[in-house]
Design a protein around this ligand. Structure first.
Ligand SMILES: Nc1ncnc2c1ncn2[C@@H]1O[C@H](COP(=O)(O)OP(=O)(O)OP(=O)(O)O)[C@@H](O)[C@H]1O
Ligand SMILES: [Mg+2]
Length: 240
């Protein structure tokens, strides 16, 4: 079943077409990877789907309902959660409080929100740091907490924007397992990542953007052998 259907999405910044008529879909239970050189438009596409940018044209459907142009908090309530490439922590709050903010998307009671947040911190293996200040965490740790905060909103779909940047190889492997567990818990996942080993380990399907356009979409191995994709990356940064 198609959960998200992006059709002909275009987002401009003044003269720059950052996302150009992109079609992309996400099926229930799927993990879809999105790659492309720096500035390709990947984050702008995520922002446009999640309500942080207003696209000029196209449509975004979530379970057949047109959600394009709706406010981020409403889109989150409908069941789409995301993390940010540039982490957006509440630095002076504790780790637990940061995750509680996510849980308030579903519940009003502080106690219930706290229980939901603790559950997510246990899930990502960070409950021992629940009472640390967010600003005292390392960058990769903050990224993990962002995942917990997104999960605490109880989404059906999770958008992850470069959650593995800055992790060492064993942390990357842990994160790959974590993302698989998230999918096994019934959440469908769209993720942007530069680290190709993680992309290949996780993606059921892989899409590539270049200069605002989607240039490939399909079986990950076939996509990475596609001459247009190889060309787009020539001189670029495929990191394995
Ligand atoms: N708020 C903005 N205002 C103006 N231009 C923007 C804005 N956000 C992004 N852009 C431009 O849009 C283009 C696409 O940027 P985007 O951040 O979506 O790329 P990306 O594929 O996520 O790149 P990266 O891999 O470096 O994160 C770039 O040329 C960028 O400079
Ligand atoms: Mg980006």
């Amino acid at each position: 079943m198609e959960l998200i259907k992006i059709s002909g999405l275009t987002k401009r910044f003044s003269g720059l077409v950052a996302v150009n008529k992109v079609d992309l879909s996400l099926n229930k239970g799927e993990i879809v990877g999105l790659v492309g050189p720096n500035g390709a438009g990947k984050t702008t596409l995520f922002h446009s789907v999640c309500g942080f940018h207003k696209p000029e044209s196209g449509s975004v459907k979530f379970k057949d309902e047109d959600i394009m142009g709706q406010k981020p908090e409403l889109i989150c309530k409908k069941g789409i959660a995301r993390t940010f490439q540039i982490v957006q922590p509440f630095g002076n709050l504790t780790v637990l409080e940061n995750v509680i903010v996510g849980a308030f998307n579903r519940v009003k009671s502080f106690k219930t929100a706290e229980e939901m947040a603790i559950e997510q911190l246990e899930f990502i293996g960070m409950s021992s740091q629940a009472y640390s200040r967010m600003k005292d965490l390392t960058f990769p740790e903050q990224k993990k907490v962002e995942v917990a905060r997104a999960l605490a909103t109880k989404p059906e779909v999770l958008f992850l924007d470069e959650v593995m940047s800055g992790l060492n190889p064993s942390e990357v492997n842990e994160f790959i397992e974590l993302i698989k567990q998230i999918r096994d818990s019934g959440i469908s996942i769209f993720f942007i990542e530069h680290l190709m080993s993680a992309v290949m380990a996780l993606s059921d399907r892989l899409a590539v953007m270049h200069l605002g356009e989607k240039i490939a979409d399909g079986n990950p191995k076939e996509v990475m052998e596609n001459p247009f994709v190889v060309e787009a990356y020539l001189g670029g940064e495929i990191t394995c």
